[in-house]
Design a protein around this ligand. Structure first.
Ligand SMILES: *[C@@H]1O[C@H](CO)[C@@H](O)[C@H](O)[C@H]1NC(C)=O
Ligand SMILES: *[C@@H]1O[C@H](CO)[C@@H](O)[C@H](O)[C@H]1NC(C)=O
Ligand SMILES: *[C@@H]1O[C@H](CO)[C@@H](O)[C@H](O)[C@H]1NC(C)=O
Ligand SMILES: *[C@@H]1O[C@H](CO)[C@@H](O)[C@H](O)[C@H]1NC(C)=O
Ligand SMILES: *[C@@H]1O[C@H](CO)[C@@H](O)[C@H](O)[C@H]1NC(C)=O
Ligand SMILES: *[C@@H]1O[C@H](CO)[C@@H](O)[C@H](O)[C@H]1NC(C)=O
Length: 390
């Protein structure tokens, strides 16, 4: 009852806000919504079913369950993760419901791209609508391997690319010619959430890594990562990809986990955000150079950093009431770790920004896709809708 009342209040406040800034983010679309009904939540009349497939690379922001099949401690296969997914099913997603990748798929009338490691041989051959290679706690992992075992085996970027290569080999027999496979690949969307993946590189792998032996400072490190990312994207291109959406790195210094462990005297940990900003500063040029050298490619870079920043500075304008807390009790009890198994999450999951101390709620994932899809100032040189329609 209290929950319904809260929903009503949120609705009311958005209605009122509309007089001020007539661009309120609507409430979350229901899980089982049909594609035509979903389009209304994005302010669209039709989408045209023009996207044949979506391939997803990245880390825990978009992992849909690959880590469930790996020897790693970085798993989210228990409640309260997934409490709003299909009526309460933990899948490995590190949020309460759908991720940004799921929303794009649903919008395009595609199934949620399944985690590669959960697919049978027949599924690998027959799934022509896209695959998810994301893996929580992964990164480019350019620092020595001594750093990786803290989480066990997660799919570093290179392994994700190798899995995509396997996908293209499995699918080949389903296409009449190499030309038809190439056409299909060129129309497909490659959603690279390497941005947050790099947050592991710029975060934990930087903080505990033996970086001094390899890079003289954070600037050098960011340039090294950028070269490495560039090479990885080129490999994906060689396998047929043409349309890339690359998210930049979010302001990790504002994640509750970082605030709670560094206890800064400001609202965010500024030196972490500076490290991220430096990296985000070199990313657009790197992608421009790549686009110029790879014929027929389009690289769209989207500003996830600013998307978070806007929500932090004007929460109510985007329908968020709580941007400093997080929703599930964490396993360490000091606001620095993943959700405790079976912990009872907060009720106001449609108005809180973070689900656990690192990962945003489904509501933010929805806001993320809606903003990148339609707004011209967050993505460059195209918004997501224009990229899909190219
Ligand atoms: C979604 O639809 C399926 C199949 O109709 C049904 O089994 C499931 O309970 C529904 N889930 C939710 C959350 O409504
Ligand atoms: C980082 O190291 C490079 C190469 O040694 C140097 O040119 C640069 O000035 C350094 N940057 C900072 C911020 O210390
Ligand atoms: C990234 O760097 C690592 C470590 O130097 C290297 O092993 C890997 O092959 C590189 N990956 C790409 C895609 O260049
Ligand atoms: C939080 O708790 C964990 C587990 O007990 C501990 O390792 C960590 O140091 C604590 N962090 C802070 C900032 O208190
Ligand atoms: C806040 O913390 C920073 C970094 O630790 C320090 O340089 C600064 O002097 C502090 N400011 C205040 C007002 O305490
Ligand atoms: C945000 O939500 C958390 C979890 O429910 C709660 O503990 C915290 O007090 C809330 N903060 C604000 C400012 O409402």
């Amino acid at each position: 009852m209290a929950f319904l009342f809260l929903n009503f209040l949120v609705f009311l406040s958005m209605f009122l806000l509309c007089f001020v800034r007539c661009e309120p983010t609507p409430l979350l679309p229901p899980f089982n919504i049909s594609q035509p009904d979903l389009l209304k939540y994005f302010g669209l009349n039709n989408f045209g079913n023009i996207l044949p497939a979506m391939y997803v690379f990245g880390d825990s922001y978009i992992d849909a369950g690959n880590n469930n099949y790996l020897k790693t401690i970085a798993k989210a296969n228990y409640l309260p993760y997934g409490i709003d997914f299909a009526g309460g099913q933990p899948t490995g997603r590190l949020t309460n419901g759908r991720t940004a990748a799921d929303f794009i798929a649903q919008l395009a009338g595609l199934p949620f791209p399944p985690p590669m490691l959960g697919m049978s041989a027949a599924e690998k051959e027959n799934t022509l609508t896209g695959v998810n290679y994301g893996s929580g706690s992964s990164g480019i992992q350019a620092l020595p391997p001594t750093v990786a075992p803290i989480f066990g085996h997660v799919l570093r970027f290179e392994e994700q690319i190798n899995l995509f290569k396997e996908t293209t080999n499995s699918m080949r027999s389903r296409f009449a010619s190499l030309e038809s496979l190439a056409l299909y690949m060129s129309k497909s969307l490659f959603f690279i959430h390497i941005g947050s993946m790099l947050s592991n590189d710029l975060g934990v792998y930087w903080e505990i890594g033996q970086r001094d032996a390899f890079f003289s400072n954070a600037t050098e490190y960011a340039l090294g990562l950028s070269k490495n990312l560039s090479r990885g994207l080129e490999e994906i291109y060689e396998l047929g990809a043409r349309k890339f959406l690359v998210n930049n790195v979010p302001p990790m210094g504002c994640w509750p986990a970082n605030v709670n462990s560094h206890k800064p005297n400001t609202s965010c940990v500024e030196d972490i955000n500076q490290r991220v900003s430096y990296y985000n500063g070199v990313l657009p040029n790197m992608l421009k150079n790549l686009e110029a050298s790879l014929k027929g490619s389009t690289f769209v870079v989207c500003d996830l950093y600013r998307l978070f920043g806007d929500v932090f500075s004007q929460p109510a304008a985007y329908g968020f009431w709580n941007v400093s807390g997080f929703c599930c009790p964490d396993s360490a009890g000091n606001g620095t770790r993943e959700c405790a198994k079976g912990g009872v999450p907060c009720m106001d999951r449609e108005t809180i920004l973070f689900f656990d101390p690192v990962h945003p709620t489904e509501r933010f994932h929805f806001h993320w896709v809606r903003s990148f899809l339609l707004e011209d100032s967050l993505c460059s040189p195209y918004n997501l809708l224009e990229l899909i329609q190219l």
